[in-house]
Design a binder for this molecule. Structure first.
Ligand code: ATP
Length: 255
C-alpha cells in the first residue's frame, strides 16, 4: 500500500501551524522511522496517517484514496499497551477479528500464529496484569497485526521499556516486518533505534514541523545488535543526532 502526503499541514489553533508542507511518499513494505525534537509534530503526523485527526491542509492518501478516518488496513501501537485487563492475552489479540465477525475457528488459528510470532504462545490464556511491560507490548503488537494491516503505525512503542527489553523488541519488530511484509512507520525519540530499525529516517524540524531530512539507511537488511557498533552505523547515528540537536536548539532560541 503506497502512502502519500501531499502538502499536508496541521493547525490545532488557527494561525499556529504544528506541521506544514509535508510532501512524502512511502512505498509498500518500507520501514520508515520519524525522529525530531519534542513538540516537532511526530505523533500528530502519525495520527493523521492513522485517521485519528485530519490535516488542516493537504491530503493523506493510501493507494490514492484519501484517509478520512481509521481503518483495519492500519494497525496502531502506542507507548502504553492499553490492553483490556479482563480479557486474556489471546482474547485481546482476537478483539479486532471478533469485531469483523471472523469465525471462531479461523480466529483462534490466526491468534495462535500471532502469539507464536511474538513469543507469547505459552501466555495465551493469561490476563495482561500478569505480564511484564515488554510482554504487554508484544500483545499490543500481535493485536495490531491481527487484522493483517498493510501499514503498521508505531508511536514510541518501546519508550517505556528498559534497555535490554527494548533491544529484544527491536529485534522482534524487524522480524515481524520481514515476516508479514507490511509497511512500518515508527515514531521514536531514540536516534539509535531509528537508525537500527529504519530503511529511511525522517528528521522533523520545529515551528512548524517540516521534513528537514529524509535519510536512507544504507545498512544491510539483515541487522544484528552488533551492527550498532559498526563505523557506518555510528556515522549515520551521529549525523541524525546532530540534525535533531540543531533543530532542538533552533526551537529553544525561538521560545
Ligand atoms: N490535540 C491537540 N490539541 C492541541 N494541540 C496539540 C494537540 N496534539 C498535539 N498538539 C500540539 O502539537 C505540537 C506537536 O505535538 P506532537 O505530540 O505531535 O509532537 P511530538 O513531536 O510527537 O512530541 P513528543 O516528542 O514530545 O511526543 C505540540 O505543541 C502539542 O502541544
Amino acid at each position: 500500500m503506497t502512502l502519500r502526503l501531499e502538502g499536508v499541514g496541521k493547525e490545532f489553533e488557527p494561525g499556529v501551524p504544528v506541521l506544514a508542507d509535508l510532501d512524502l511518499t512511502i512505498a509498500p513494505g518500507e520501514f520508515v522511522c520519524v525522529v525530531g525534537a519534542s513538540g516537532s509534530g511526530k505523533s500528530t503526523l502519525l495520527s493523521m496517517v492513522a485517521g485519528l485527526t485530519s490535516p488542516t491542509s493537504g491530503r493523506v492518501l493510501l493507494d490514492g484514496r484519501e484517509v478520512t478516518g481509521p481503518g483495519p488496513e492500519r494497525g496502531l501501537v502506542f507507548q502504553t499497551a492499553s490492553l483490556y485487563p479482563w480479557r486474556s492475552v489471546a482474547r485481546n489479540v482476537a478483539f479486532g477479528l471478533e469485531s469483523l465477525g471472523v469465525p471462531r475457528e479461523r480466529r483462534e488459528e490466526h491468534v495462535g500464529r500471532l502469539l507464536t510470532e511474538v513469543g507469547l504462545a505459552p501466555f495465551a490464556s493469561a490476563l495482561p496484569g500478569r505480564l511484564s511491560g515488554g510482554q504487554q507490548q508484544r500483545v499490543a503488537i500481535a493485536r495490531a497485526l491481527a487484522c493483517s494491516p498493510r501499514v503498521l503505525l508505531l508511536d514510541e512503542p518501546f519508550g517505556a521499556l528498559d534497555v535490554q527489553t527494548k533491544e529484544d523488541m527491536q529485534l522482534l519488530i524487524r522480524q515481524v516486518w520481514q515476516d508479514v511484509a507490511t509497511t512500518v512507520i515508527m515514531v521514536t525519540h531514540d536516534v539509535e533505534e531509528a537508525v537500527f530499525l529504519g530503511q529511511r529516517v525522517l528528521v522533523l524540524s520545529c515551528d512548524p514541523g517540516r521534513i528537514a531530512r529524509d535519510l536512507t539507511v544504507g545498512l544491510p537488511t539483515a541487522r544484528s545488535l552488533e551492527d550498532k557498533r559498526s563505523p557506518a552505523f555510528l556515522a549515520l547515528r551521529a549525523e541524525v543526532e546532530d540534525l535533531v540537536r540543531a533543530e532542538h536548539r533552533a526551537h529553544q532560541a525561538r521560545v
